[in-house]
Write a protein that binds this ligand. Structure first.
Ligand SMILES: Cc1cc2nc3c(=O)[nH]c(=O)nc-3n(C[C@H](O)[C@H](O)[C@H](O)COP(=O)(O)OP(=O)(O)OC[C@H]3O[C@@H](n4cnc5c(N)ncnc54)[C@H](O)[C@@H]3O)c2cc1C
Length: 374
């Protein structure tokens, strides 16, 4: 008889886990408390972002996940764009760091190029030319549209792999071999909990003991006149402070100290500004980072204004219009780990804490971890 597994949570982590289990011969049922996924997995930029991952295993997992995103997208005819990424420099410090990263990434064999302002003006005319020193282009990155991608992955798993989805099923109890949802008792050999920011409900003691914090991010969706294409995902200088893979740049502290003095509010709200573009021209712009355990539910208008002002410092975006604003929350490890995976009860596993890299890492991480427990 086929082995069985239950996955709790139909965000990208749960879906990647369901995929890995089904590929290993399990009969998989996914339960989610909502009618469709509406968590962090549909609230992000849709950036599948190897450039943010350091060399070695994490970069390889990001590359593997990208390939899986492409395979699934091609199977179901879902839009994606292997648009790459462009980090732009508007100060000598930012330009020095891009050169340092170029030297390092080139040694690591990444597909990167340094672009001059005139090369940028030809390929990416919506990038501002004033005071532009140049940019670092990487071909690794791709964009999916999170508002449709996660639903498409669950449809793919249902149609192609026979995964059963039970929506509107809140799991309120878990033990070895079973989960309870309302008056239903479901049994399975393995249970994996991928409950995103709701980590405390099923395992309150584990949650309290973990080196984990939650992060609330503010986001903005915009449109440009005639849905003009930006050509790639573009990131301003603040993003250089954000990703682990940039930490090795020797001049990073110089830039950090300069920005702390010059634009302290951006550092205070953890703002760095990136823009990605989707199939019909919609632009996703963000974000800020507020850490805690319980958040004010309201968005801070001043934070969105800071994001928009910074956007206008590197993109010709003054005529872009806002179509929606929202926030999202993810749990993030505070001990430097890239995820949390543990077995609090026999054959019951918790997978969480992928932070700001769930779209980038989930498929690769789930394959790696599920291999260990089968
Ligand atoms: C604003 C924002 C921007 C981001 N940008 C990017 C990006 O561009 N690239 C990138 O790689 N990552 C990005 N991330 C990170 C990425 O979105 C997350 O790492 C990822 O979505 C986490 O997925 P998840 O499945 O753990 O959580 P979620 O998507 O939140 O899913 C958890 C699911 O579990 C369900 N659930 C919880 N408890 C129960 C229960 N008891 N019973 C049943 N169901 C339950 C919930 O209903 C939910 O559907 C971003 C995140 C945010 C918030």
């Amino acid at each position: 008889m086929k082995k069985s597994a239950i996955v709790v949570g139909a965000g990208i982590v749960g879906l990647a886990t369901a995929r890995a289990l089904t590929n290993n011969g399990f009969n998989v049922t996914v339960l989610d408390k909502t009618q469709r996924a509406v968590g962090a997995s549909i609230r992000n930029f849709g950036m599948v972002w190897p450039i943010g991952q350091p060399d070695g295993e994490l970069y390889q997992l990001a590359k593997k996940s990208s390939q899986i995103w492409r395979d699934i997208s091609n199977s179901v005819g879902m839009w994606y764009n292997q648009s790459g990424s462009l980090h732009v420099a508007y100060s000598s410090e930012e330009w020095i760091i891009l050169n340092e990263l170029f030297a390092q990434f080139e040694k690591e064999g990444r597909p990167i190029t340094l672009l001059t302002p005139s090369q940028i003006s030809i390929k990416y005319p919506l990038v501002k030319q004033n005071n532009l020193y140049g940019g670092l282009f990487s071909a690794d990155e791709m964009i999916v549209d999170p508002r449709i991608a996660v639903a498409n992955v669950s449809d793919f798993l249902e149609s192609f792999s026979g995964v059963q989805f039970l929506w509107n099923h809140t799991v309120q109890e878990v033990g070895t071999g079973f989960v309870k949802s309302g008056n239903k008792l479901l049994k399975a050999d393995k249970i994996v909990i991928c409950s995103g920011q709701d980590i405390e409900t099923l395992f309150p003691e584990t949650f309290i003991s973990l080196p984990i914090v939650k992060c609330k991010l503010q986001m903005i969706r915009m449109s440009a006149p005639n849905n003009k294409l930006i050509g790639t995902s573009v990131c301003g200088g603040l993003s250089l402070l954000h990703y682990t893979s940039f930490k090795s740049a020797p001049s990073l502290d110089l830039l950090r100290n300069k920005l702390i003095c010059e634009i302290p509010d951006y550092i205070k709200y953890g703002i760095h500004v990136m823009v990605s573009q989707h199939e019909f021209g919609d632009l996703t712009v963000g974000d800020s980072h507020e850490y805690g355990y319980t958040f004010d539910p309201f968005d801070h208008h001043n934070v969105n204004e800071l994001i928009l002002n910074y956007l206008n410092s590197f993109m010709n975006a003054s005529n872009w219009e806002i179509s929606s604003t929202w926030n999202g929350v993810y749990p993030k490890m505070t001990d430097g780990s890239s995820w949390y995976f543990n077995e609090p009860i026999d054959d019951v596993y918790l997978l969480n804490g992928l932070g700001g890299a769930g779209m980038t890492l989930s498929f690769g991480v789930a394959e790696k971890l599920i291999d260990k427990i089968i």
